[in-house]
Structure formats: structure tokens, C-alpha cells
Design a protein around this ligand. Structure first.
Ligand SMILES: [Fe+2]
Length: 435
């Protein structure tokens, strides 16, 4: 009577390591885990990797077998991270790419490439260090929401790629992986493009001209998150050249609502949560979900996450700490709205306490810059939506402009320079933060 459960438990314990290996999780860091393990499109890729050297092996023989297998594939090991033996002859199927490739979850060693097609088809990304490409990742399963992971990359390096579904193929674009600390880079920031897609088309072109390594949105990327067509008309269409080259990191805005379309469009670093962190060079980024739908007050998971992330070694060892979220604690624009009380009460003190250098917001459609207790604050809500006008004076906000704009942020090992740029491409405000 008692022995059966014991034997069953013993059997489960014996099988547990094998099951864990078969699932493909090893000692990679969180970024790598997020970058590869939790979406269906990765399954074939991971299967190919694990079938080479994991699930077939006995645990005790891992080292020997791995070496042997690596020797077998040494001539094409880098491109065979994924699907070296696949037949990638184009499949004669009718799907057409309707959303150009865009990039998510860039790390120092990998990146996700996503795109959409009008009906289901296969997924291929050819990539390489030159425009000749030469490597590939392939998933033969049919889908209209494509996502492939390129792995085994070098930090701070430019790679070229193109995507293909059925017989439809994109042109070649390039991206850069996250650099190691010490590598200068730039990123762009914008907010509240929402229904102003014609203006945002101009803003996106200006941002593209800055050749940014990544792009940051402070939310309201669409007018109505429940309307799928808004994502194409107002975000992915106007910025398609930019999104193909600069990984896009979005903080959710109130116009996105809680619509599945929003969470479906992006692959966030922190599972499916709209708050997350990542490090790029010497900059630690924290994105919060503060948009009138989400709050972060003591006791909530997001508040705990905020404190945990800003206290982390990754944050405190970085040269600069940047936080971005939608709703501002204070604003000089919009006469019936003066900011969010819970952001003033619970978010600002935590940022000040953890030496955040700068935070970016949107929600009001204007440009504002301030400085309070050593933390610079920005509202960059002028990427397309109708502009608000000045409504009140806030003591620590010293610059106000009701114009359409974006920011280009240049980072080196000692300074972060933030240029605000108008629709004519002119810099109308500059501020530099020194380490
Ligand atoms: Fe908003």
C-alpha cells in the first residue's frame, strides 16, 4: 500500500532531469530564456538544437557527446544553430506579407524577427554579417503571425536579414545587437502618435534618418487598441522602415486599452507583462505600465517589480538608468488634467531613491522637460496626435513646447545627450546628463 507512491515518486525524481533537458531550458540568463523558449514558433528551432546534443544524450555523457557532435558540424556550426538541414525551397502557397518585419527582444547574442501575412504560410529568415546573408532560421509550420529567433550573435554587431513566407520575400534590412558597456549608441523616443498617422509618417522618417539602435515609445501607439487595423495604419505602416532596423520597445498607453491586439503584437521581455526591463550598453531601461488601466502602488506586483529592478545590480551598475511609461506625474499641458496622483506619490519617490537619471512620459500632447531632486523628466507626447496647449505652471518643469517632435538620445561612456527634434528636423531643445 505504501510502496507504490514511493516508487512513483522515485520514478518522477529520476525522470525530472531528463524532462528538464528535453524542454530545452539550461543555464542561460533571463534574456536568453525570454528570447527563445516561450513561443510556439521557436519549438522547431529548439527541437533542432536539442535533437543534436541534448535529448538524445545520457546525462553522464553530455560533455563527450557534445564535443563529438560539435566536431561533426564545425564547418557550419554558426548557421546551424537552428535549422541546418531544412529544405528551404520556397513553398508555392499564396500568403503575402502584410506587416513588414519588426524586431523584439534584442540581446547581445540574439533577436526576434516578427512579421505578419494575409494568410498562413511558412517562416524563413535569412541572415548574415553581410548583405550576402548565408545563414538562415526556418519554421515549416504554417502561421500568419511569424516569429523567428536568431541566436549565436556577437554583441554590438550589425547583421543583415530578410524574411520570406511562401513565395513572398522582403528586401534586405539590418539591425544591431545590444552592445557591451562602453560602446556609444543612440536611441529614439516618441509618444502619442495614435491617430496622427500622417504626421507620424514624417516623424518616423526623421527617426529612421538618425539610424537608431533601438526605438522607445511612451504609449498611445494607436487610437483604439481594439481596432486591429489601427496598428497597421498608425504604427507599423508609417514606421515600417524604422521597425525593420531598430527593435521597438513600447510602454502601454490608455488608447491601447487592455486589448489583446496590443499584447499580440509585441513580445515583451517579461513574459506577457507590459512592464519589463532590459540593458543596452551602459544603460538600464525600465518600462512601466502606467496608463490609467494599470497602476503601481505598494503591494501590487508591478510596484514590487519596479523596486526590485531598480535595486538590481544591472540597474545600479549601469552608467545610466532610464524609466519610461505613459502617464506623467505632472504636466503643464491639458487644462483638465494635471498628472497622475499615484505616480507622484508612489513612482517618483522610488525613481529618486534609486538614482534614476531620466524618465520619459507621454499622454499629454506636447514637449516638456524638467528636473526634480536630481531626476530629469520628459513628456514626449508629440509624435502625431492633436497637440495640447499650455495650461499651468509646474515649478520643476522648465521647458514647454506644443509642437510635434521626437527625441534622439546619444549615449557614450560618460554622457547621455537628449536632442528634441521638430518636424523640420531641427533640434529645438538639448539636455545632457553626465555620469
Ligand atoms: Fe494617453
Amino acid at each position: 500500500m505504501n510502496s507504490s507512491p514511493r516508487w512513483f515518486l522515485l520514478l518522477v525524481l529520476m525522470l525530472l532531469p531528463v524532462l528538464m533537458i528535453a524542454c530545452g531550458d539550461d543555464d542561460d540568463d533571463n534574456d536568453d530564456d525570454n528570447a527563445g523558449d516561450d513561443d510556439t514558433n521557436d519549438d522547431d528551432i529548439d527541437d533542432d538544437v536539442s535533437s543534436d546534443d541534448d535529448s538524445v544524450d545520457d546525462d553522464d555523457d553530455d560533455t563527450i557527446d557534445d564535443d563529438t557532435i560539435d566536431d561533426d558540424t564545425i564547418d557550419d556550426d554558426t548557421d546551424d544553430d537552428d535549422t541546418g538541414d531544412d529544405d528551404i525551397t520556397p513553398i508555392d502557397c499564396p500568403a503575402v506579407i502584410t506587416r513588414q518585419p519588426y524586431l523584439q527582444l534584442a540581446t547581445q547574442t540574439g533577436i526576434h524577427v516578427l512579421w505578419r501575412s494575409d494568410q498562413e504560410g511558412d517562416s524563413l529568415v535569412e541572415w548574415g554579417e553581410t548583405e550576402d546573408l548565408g545563414e538562415y532560421v526556418y519554421d515549416e509550420s504554417f502561421t500568419d503571425k511569424h516569429e523567428l529567433v536568431i541566436e549565436g550573435l556577437e554583441p554590438g554587431t550589425e547583421y543583415f536579414y530578410k524574411a520570406r513566407t511562401c513565395l513572398d520575400e522582403t528586401t534586405v534590412a539590418s539591425f544591431r545587437t545590444a552592445p557591451q558597456p562602453g560602446t556609444p549608441f543612440n536611441f529614439v523616443g516618441f509618444g502619442d502618435n495614435q491617430d496622427g498617422w500622417e504626421t507620424f509618417t514624417e516623424i518616423a522618417a526623421l527617426m529612421y534618418d538618425k539610424h537608431p539602435w533601438l526605438a522607445m515609445s511612451v504609449g498611445d501607439i494607436v487610437d483604439d487598441g481594439w481596432h486591429l487595423e489601427d496598428f497597421e495604419q498608425q504604427l507599423f505602416g508609417p514606421g515600417e522602415d524604422l521597425w525593420r532596423e531598430a527593435p521597438l520597445y513600447v510602454s502601454i498607453g490608455n488608447h491601447e486599452g487592455l486589448a489583446p491586439n496590443f499584447f499580440d503584437a509585441f513580445h515583451f521581455p517579461n513574459d506577457d507583462k507590459a512592464y519589463y526591463s532590459f540593458t543596452w550598453g551602459n544603460v538600464f531601461f525600465l518600462c512601466l505600465a502606467l496608463d490609467t488601466w494599470h497602476i503601481a502602488i505598494p503591494g501590487t506586483p508591478q510596484y514590487k517589480y519596479m523596486v526590485q529592478e531598480l535595486s538590481s545590480d544591472a540597474a545600479q551598475n549601469a552608467d545610466f538608468r532610464v524609466v519610461f511609461f505613459h502617464t506623467p506625474p505632472w504636466t503643464e499641458g491639458w487644462d483638465s488634467y494635471d498628472g497622475e496622483w499615484y505616480v507622484r506619490m508612489f513612482t517618483v519617490p522610488v525613481m529618486e531613491q534609486h538614482n534614476v537619471d531620466v524618465y520619459f512620459n507621454g499622454h499629454t500632447h506636447d514637449y516638456e522637460r524638467g528636473l526634480r531632486n536630481g531626476v530629469a523628466s520628459y513628456i514626449i507626447g508629440g509624435a502625431g496626435g492633436g497637440l495640447d496647449s499650455w495650461a499651468r505652471d509646474v515649478e520643476h518643469i522648465t521647458v514647454y513646447q506644443a509642437i510635434h517632435h521626437f527625441v534622439n538620445v546619444s549615449v557614450d561612456d560618460s554622457t547621455m545627450r537628449i536632442d528634441a527634434i521638430d518636424l523640420d528636423g531641427n533640434i529645438f531643445d538639448t539636455y545632457t546628463i553626465s555620469k
